[in-house]
Design a protein. Structure first.
Length: 224
């Protein structure tokens, strides 16, 4: 793994002056270059940020498997482009206008302060909020790779993505770190980019079989 940078999703991330969050996904361009990291702050109320790959301090991160270091302060991190947006809406608006709502589950005629349906809380009149992922809007045409995205061999579902290794000279994807949860004692396998046939809404599709994946090398404990 000395010739690649391995980014394990879920890794703790630190700015030069303190902890700033966890790596939750990677953003890959159409030509297979990792352009950004999506990092969610430890503060649950703060929005995730898009961190350019150039801000990753690989040398300071060394071989640690539990922490990734950035070349920016916490204040600078907070000014980076957002990976999420928060939307507010009145708590007494029609439920069918809310994301995923339907008039059958929240009658629109229920007045503020009255239980709208069995098992639902009373309407307090306080605006409610939804936080949504806006990476696709911020970086149109680029693919976000979140932790847990499924991986499919030619003969079936084989596990989920745990990370990506990139060529340090170009930032191009070199390997995909696969967690084979139900195979071979939960092995973590390094899949070469050449074995990935495509990436779709349902995850990574490989051009090799489960048996061929079994013969691939396992990952060591190092990450940037």
């Amino acid at each position: 793994m000395s010739e690649t940078w391995l980014f394990r999703l879920g890794t703790d991330v630190r700015c030069v002056d303190g902890e700033c969050g966890k790596l939750t996904s990677l953003v890959v361009s159409g030509d297979d270059v990792v352009t950004h990291l999506v990092i969610h702050p430890a503060d649950k109320h703060a929005l995730g940020r898009l961190v350019p790959l150039s801000l990753v301090d690989i040398e300071s991160s060394g071989g640690a498997s539990d922490q990734l270091r950035l070349r920016c302060t916490l204040a600078e991190f907070g000014r980076l482009d957002p990976a999420e947006a928060t939307y507010s809406y009145p708590s007494d608006e029609d439920y069918d206008a809310r994301p995923g709502g339907s008039p059958a589950s929240w009658p629109y005629y229920a007045p503020p302060g009255v239980m709208g349906a069995p098992g639902l809380p009373p309407d307090t009149g306080v605006p409610e909020e939804d936080t949504v992922d806006i990476v696709a809007d911020e970086l149109p045409g680029e693919q976000e790779v979140p932790r847990g995205q499924r991986v499919h061999a030619t003969d079936g579902d084989i596990g989920h993505v745990q990370g990506i290794a990139v060529d340090p000279a170009t930032g191009r994807v070199a390997l995909v770190l696969l967690r084979a949860g139900h195979l071979w004692g939960r092995r973590t396998v390094l899949i070469p980019r050449s074995a990935v046939a495509g990436v779709g809404a349902d995850g990574f599709h490989l051009g090799i079989t489960t048996e061929q994946v079994r013969d691939l090398p396992t990952a060591d404990a190092k990450s940037p």
